[in-house]
Each structure stands twice: as C-alpha cells, then as structure tokens.
Write a protein that binds this ligand. Structure first.
Ligand code: FES
Ligand code: FES
Length: 151
C-alpha cells in the first residue's frame, strides 16, 4: 500500500513498505540525496532531517510511522534559491566539509538555533554531540554557528 509523505512542502507517494527507513525513500525513491546513509544505527547523524521541525535520524524512522508530519530535508534550506543564514555563515567562515557529515550537521544546527537562537559555544558543541565527522573537524563550523548566534 502506498504511503503519502509531505516532503519539503510537496506531497509525495512512496511505493515502499511501511517499515522502510525514511532515508532510503528520500535517497533512492525521490533522489533527495542530501541525507546520507552511513551507520544506519542512529549514531552518526549523517541522515538527519526534520520532522515537524525537529531533527530526527531518518535511518531509524520507518515511513509508516510518519503520518501527516512534515519532512524537511537539507535540500529545503536553500529552496528559495538563496542559501539559509546558516549556510551563508558557513560559507563566510570557509567551512569546507566533505559532504558526508555536513547535511546532518546543518539540519541539527538549523533546528537547534531556531529554538536557541543565541546559544553559546558550549551549547552549540553539545547540540552536535550526535553528529560524527570523520575527516575534517568541528572548530570552524562551530565558529560559524557561534557567529550566527551572536549576530
Ligand atoms: S545513518 Fe542515520 S544516524 Fe547514521
Ligand atoms: S565526515 Fe567528511 S567532513 Fe565530516
């Protein structure tokens, strides 16, 4: 039975079974490849998307449990053709990541800074505790997020 999902403001119909992880539907069925499928155990954060504005690890969300909640992926951040303020500040700080961890980091920070817009450095670092970067590092992107929180 098809599953109706609301993804980045559009209704989409998935033909996958209800226990299919959301990350697989996003990537393989709808070609929204920003969310990465890495650990598939909920520990790396690379697959993070928003469900009704809350960051979730999409590898652990069966599509049959989503219902009418709105899914937003990293692709939605620049949907209007302009990078989001967080994306802009990352660019200004020359945050260069490989693309594996970064979409999840952007989604976690977007959700976190929406709720805590003036968070301090320690709070931002704590918010990223569930995002594993394997090859670059955190300092520069934390600098950027701190700059946005201070702006
Ligand atoms: S792939 Fe989902 S948390 Fe790692
Ligand atoms: S995993 Fe490559 S930059 Fe984070």
């Amino acid at each position: 039975m098809p599953t109706i999902l609301t993804i980045n403001g559009e209704q989409r119909v998935s033909s996958r079974g209800p226990m299919t992880p959301l990350v697989d539907v996003l990537r393989d069925e709808f070609f929204l490849t920003g969310a990465k499928s890495v650990c598939r155990e909920g520990v790396c954060g690379a697959c993070t998307v928003h469900l009704d504005g809350q960051p979730v690890v999409s590898c652990l969300v069966p599509i049959g449990t989503i219902g009418e909640r709105e899914i937003c992926t990293v692709e939605s951040l620049a949907a209007a053709g302009e990078p989001s303020p967080l994306q802009q500040v990352m660019e200004e700080h020359d945050v260069v990541q490989c693309g594996m961890c970064f979409p999840g980091i952007l989604m976690v920070l977007t959700g976190f800074l929406r709720e805590r817009p003036h968070a301090d450095r320690d709070e931002i670092k704590a918010a990223l505790a569930g995002n594993v970067c394997r090859c670059t590092g955190y300092e520069r992107l934390v600098d950027a997020a701190v700059a946005l929180a201070r702006a």
